[in-house]
Design a binder for this molecule. Sequence first.
Ligand code: SF4
Length: 222
Amino acid sequence: MPKSYVHEARKPVPPARERIKPIIERLAVEHADAAIALEFRNELELLVSVMLSAQTTDVNVNRVTEKLFEKYKRPEDYLAVPQEELERDIFATGFYRQKARALRGTMAMLLAEFDGVVPRTIDELVRLPGVARKTANVVAAELGNAQGIVVDTHVRRLAQRLGLTKEEDPVKIERDLMELVPREDWARFPHLLIWHGRRVCDARQPRCEICVINDLCPSSRV
Ligand code: SF4
């Protein structure tokens, strides 16, 4: 189980329902550039990038996909080479055997059941081999059809520190956030928390003194 930050949220603050709007508004101003860091030009590249991003950094994925997407342009291309060749081409993203298997399984299903087109609903996306709920949420949100809220390590930590959830399990955290966050913000909300987590609310040393939401945060150290 990853480290919990629930116990840090101890200061008295208004209920989460009253704080969520100003939290979103202020973070949106502070991180106006918050967006997905993966680089892609179409839906297939988006899906592949997100699948490759498990257990590695977006920078690392972008480095690999820059060449990968010159060679693999259609679902068929991932099936036209031996598995070992695809493994070599994605080696630097780590877990390359698992990821190559998932990519090939996904491409085969895209062709067999979706006319080679990336589906838009979470229910369809999670049927693709190697596509878990988090991956499906990221893809659906980027396709303009957010049906949930992405919970990664930053979102989990900030949601706990901000007292938006007391849960540890990502599925339960997502459920709490979906009840609090207005639907029109489901796509951008995780990006705001991710960028705030990277730039200000560091896991070990949160910079509460410069944080624009420190008066709304029950974990503030100032
Ligand atoms: S950096 Fe901001 S969000 Fe993070 S714990 Fe401090 S006040 Fe809260």
